[in-house]
Design a protein around this ligand. Structure first.
Ligand code: PMP
Length: 415
């Protein structure tokens, strides 16, 4: 008998498994509201105008267009400087540029946000921490990524209960548990905006308390910025948690590092191109720390995929570094965000059910309905409407053609 037979079947991915099932569904009225991919009002996945223009420019540039050689291990230098100046220049103008001048940010181009989290968790688990705190609920892949990369202790902090955020309970739990366990170095994943799946984020005042607690407890913050721009429609504005964390009057520094995992999947529509980054902000006056982190990032990347892909990062670099494209990009993000909030508003007006208390306060790509797994099953089996088991639906899959059907079905199952 083959030893391969000892391999147990892994659970299907909770989100992508549904997409496969959707593809097999032959009913005409089927609606896919599972994955967070933006679709326009006609149900099409679109290319942003800024991105399409960048692609044209690349197409017409012989050198850019024909260079299929390897990128450096941690990415293309032009991409690094464009993204660093977007993240730490434009998004954090008070402190960021000085951090860059002082050479305190270690940076790697990564395979989108997932790749950033994977490389970050690998580095952390190798040298700093194997305990991570994840919000309950959260994007299910957080657990998967951290476990796969060497974290042995995955804990959850209460985030949302009965339609509201529970920041007091969250911080109480951290204080009690982390203080009980001072020998352990604790990391924590913070959703920088548009929390997935709830769509609800702490207020600025609550963020001050959260960051104060994380800092006071000596935890390592990992900012997951997968939706920068989808809260306010303005990408730099949405980096407010990063700006707050870098406020040097409040937090002189993050002695164990501040990790920023960022993605252009959603806010540039570059999903399949896998374009993102990891930045590690290191403490001041310790240049060797940044250099050592740089070297370890290289080693990690080299051992997994050697170097990142080129094309998508070329597109992002072009969008970020040509000011007319960057301005167009901001318009594109604002347009997408406006449509998402319009859909949210229209659904709110059509739905008759009581589970709507925080619907209008939610933002981003999703509507967190509060439906139970059983109700989600009925929606799928009876109405061919697919959403994730946690009751999250992707708003952009709703459009003028299906909004009545979707809302009637939601009303019917929530009775
Ligand atoms: N973090 C969160 C919270 C997400 O929702 C996502 C996308 N679903 C990601 C990270 C990363 O996505 P990607 O790898 O496509 O950038």
């Amino acid at each position: 008998i083959s030893s391969l037979e000892q391999i147990p079947r892994a659970a299907p991915d909770r989100i992508l498994g549904l997409t496969e099932q959707f593809a097999r569904d032959t009913r005409r009225q089927k609606v896919n509201l599972t994955v967070g991919v933006y679709k326009d009002g006609w149900g099409q996945v679109t290319t942003f105008p800024s991105v399409a223009r960048a692609q044209k420019l690349i197409d017409s540039d012989f050198e850019l267009n024909t260079d299929l050689s390897y990128l450096p291990i941690t990415g293309c230098p032009e991409y690094s400087s464009a993204v660093l100046s977007f993240l730490f220049g434009e998004s954090c103008p008070q402190v960021g540029p000085r951090l860059l001048e002082e050479g305190r940010v270690s940076f790697a181009q990564t395979l989108s946000g997932t790749g950033a989290l994977a490389v970050a968790s690998k580095l952390l688990a190798l040298f700093l921490s194997r305990t991570v705190w994840i919000s309950e609920p959260s994007w299910p892949n957080h657990q998967n990524i951290f476990r796969s990369n060497g974290f042995t202790d995955l804990r959850t902090y209460p985030y949302y209960q009965n339609g509201r955020l529970v920041v007091d309970e969250w911080l109480e739990k951290l204080k009690t548990e982390v203080r009980k366990d001072p020998e352990t170095r604790h990391s924590i994943i913070l959703h920088a905006c548009c929390h997935n799946p709830t769509g609800l984020d702490p207020t600025r005042e609550e963020w001050v308390r959260i960051l104060d607690t994380v800092h006071e407890l000596g935890m390592i913050p990992i900012l997951d910025m997968a939706y920068q721009g989808l809260e306010s429609g303005n990408p730099p504005a949405d980096a407010y948690v990063l700006r707050m964390a870098l406020d040097e009057k409040r937090y002189k520094c993050w002695p164990n590092g501040l990790f920023v995992c960022q993605s252009f999947a959603k806010n540039m529509g570059l999903y399949g191109e896998r374009v993102g980054s990891l930045s590690v902000v290191t403490p001041p006056a310790k240049p060797h720390v940044r250099e050592h982190v740089d070297s370890q990032l290289k080693q990690i990347v080299r051992s997994i995929y050697s170097s990142p892909p080129g094309y998508g990062s070329r597109v992002a670099t072009m969008v970020l570094s040509k000011s007319f494209l960057r301005m167009q990009w901001y318009k594109d993000v604002a347009f997408m965000t406006e449509r998402l909030s319009q859909v949210r508003h229209n659904m709110h007006n059509l739905l008759k059910w009581p589970g709507l208390m925080n619907f209008q306060q939610q933002h981003g790509m999703f509507y967190y309905t509060g439906l139970s797994p059983k109700q989600v099953d009925v929606l799928r089996d009876k109405y061919s409407i697919y959403m994730t088991m946690d009751g999250r639906l992707s708003l952009s899959g709703v459009n003028d053609h299906n909004i009545d059907y979707v809302c009637e079905a939601l009303d019917a199952v929530s009775k």
